[in-house]
Design a protein around this ligand. Structure first.
Ligand code: SF4
Length: 189
């Protein structure tokens, strides 16, 4: 697996490990600071992300950036990636075999970024990174520490577009992420 950003991007762009390669326009590797303390992980690219080759650039991504800005995150505080790097047709949930095929790239990103906090956005990253049996409605806002890295989960911002009542919890969860980051930067955890 790739050990530099250049080789990672090259490997992703050439990848045919799952059927999603057949329908993608672009491979969507990630965006943000390559040494950020926070790694946000979503599910997979949507239509605009597939067209532009960047994650979270549509309406849902705008909501995430707005929330981060509103809570005082600096742009180099975070990096955003997805469990699968190619768009599932019609934005369906990626199949297990697609997630499994792609997870090596996320692991490589994790090794390069070395985040202190990982925030799972929605059920798919929650299942692959924290607990395969958890549900986002119950697991959101909870924290688990593994090998010095803090993992938490909140709603995928696309869920807020479908159900505005989730916005307050999403905001609370991100505020807790901000506080955790401050604790880490102050040497508290
Ligand atoms: S989703 Fe991941 S594993 Fe599947 S083709 Fe794209 S980069 Fe490869």
């Amino acid at each position: 697996m790739a050990c530099t950003w250049e080789s990672l991007v090259e490997e992703c762009n050439a990848c045919t490990r799952c059927a999603l390669c057949e329908t993608r326009t672009n491979v969507v590797v990630g965006r943000g600071c390559p040494h950020a303390p926070i790694l946000f992980v979503g599910e997979g690219p949507g239509r605009q992300e597939d067209e532009q080759g960047l994650p979270f650039v549509g309406q849902a991504g705008g909501l995430l950036d707005l929330a981060c800005e509103g809570l005082g995150f600096a742009t180099d505080d975070y990096y955003i990636a997805n469990v699968v790097k190619c768009r599932p047709p019609e934005n369906r949930t990626p199949f297990e075999e697609e997630c499994t095929a792609c997870l090596g790239f996320l692991r490589a990103q994790f090794s390069l970024i070395k985040p202190r906090i990982v925030v799972c956005l929605g059920n798919v990253p929650l299942h692959y990174l924290i607990d395969k049996n958890a549900r986002i409605t119950q697991a959101r806002g909870q924290w688990v520490q593994r090998k010095g890295v803090w993992f938490t989960a909140t709603y995928h911002p696309a869920a807020l577009l479908r159900d505005e009542s989730k916005k307050l919890d999403f905001w609370k969860d991100l505020r807790a992420v901000r506080e955790k980051l401050q604790d880490i930067q102050n040497g508290g955890v």
